[in-house]
Design a protein around this ligand. Structure first.
Ligand code: URA
Length: 209
C-alpha cells in the first residue's frame, strides 16, 4: 500500500489557507500556488540520494555533496497541473517536463487521454505527477497508468488537496505510488468537488468560469 504524506510545514499551511479563500483573486491565487509548489518540491526531494564530492573553495579543499541517482521528470495533468510546474522548477530547474491531457467521456464518465508527451528516457527518470486536486482519483490513476504504459517505473503523485475517495482509489490502483499533499479534506460533493477544497483549481488559476 502506498503512503500518504501530508506536508504540515507552517508556511505551506498558511499559504494554503489563502489559496482556499474565495476572496483570493486570480493573480494572488496563481502566485500562492507557485510558492506552495516550490515549498512542496523542497519537502518531496528531502530523501534524494547524495554522493560525496571534493570541492575547492577559495580557502581550502573539502568534501561536499551533490545529488546523484535518477534524473527527475515532472508530469502535470492538463490543465490545472500546469499551475504548479514553475514553482517546482524553481527548485529543480533541470527536471524535464512531460504533459498528460485527459478529458472525461460524457457517457462513460471515464478519463480519456487526448495528449501525452514525455521525455524519451522515461524508464530512467523519477517522475512527479502533478495535479492540484485529487478528487475522484480517476485522472491521477489514468495519468499514472499512461506513464507506466510508456515505461515509467518510478513515480510520486503531488497534489495540493486530496479527497479521501481519491486517495483510496490511487492506493488501490497504484499501490507503488506515494501521494504528497498539503491537505486531505472531508469528502467529495455530488458534483465531484472536494469539500471544503478550493473550488475549481483550473478556473481559479486561469480566471475562467
Ligand atoms: N477539480 C477541481 O478543480 N476542484 C475540485 O474540487 C475537484 C476537482
Amino acid at each position: 500500500m502506498s503512503k500518504v504524506y501530508v506536508f504540515d510545514h507552517p508556511l505551506i499551511q498558511h499559504k494554503l489557507t489563502y489559496i482556499r479563500d474565495k476572496q483570493t483573486g486570480t493573480k494572488e491565487f496563481r502566485e500562492l500556488v507557485d510558492e506552495v509548489s516550490a515549498l512542496m518540491a523542497y519537502e518531496i526531494t528531502r530523501e534524494l540520494p547524495l554522493r560525496e564530492v571534493e570541492v575547492e573553495t577559495p580557502v581550502a579543499t573539502c568534501k561536499a555533496y551533490k545529488l546523484e541517482g535518477k534524473k527527475l521528470g515532472l508530469v502535470p495533468i492538463l490543465r490545472a497541473g500546469l499551475g504548479m510546474v514553475d514553482g517546482i522548477l524553481k527548485l529543480i530547474p533541470a527536471a524535464k517536463v512531460g504533459h498528460v491531457g485527459l478529458y472525461r467521456d460524457p457517457e462513460t464518465l471515464e478519463p480519456v487521454e487526448y495528449y501525452v508527451k514525455l521525455p524519451n528516457d522515461v524508464s530512467e527518470r523519477d517522475f512527479i505527477v502533478i495535479d492540484p486536486m485529487l478528487a475522484t482519483g480517476g485522472s491521477a490513476v489514468a495519468a499514472i497508468q499512461s506513464l507506466k504504459n510508456r515505461g515509467a517505473v518510478s513515480m510520486k503523485l503531488m497534489c495540493l488537496i486530496a479527497a479521501p475517495e481519491g486517495v483510496q482509489k490511487v492506493q488501490e490502483e497504484h499501490p507503488d505510488v506515494d501521494i504528497y499533499v498539503a491537505g486531505v479534506d472531508e469528502k467529495l460533493n455530488d458534483h465531484g468537488y472536494i469539500v471544503p477544497g478550493l473550488g475549481d483549481a483550473g478556473d481559479r488559476l486561469y480566471g475562467t468560469k
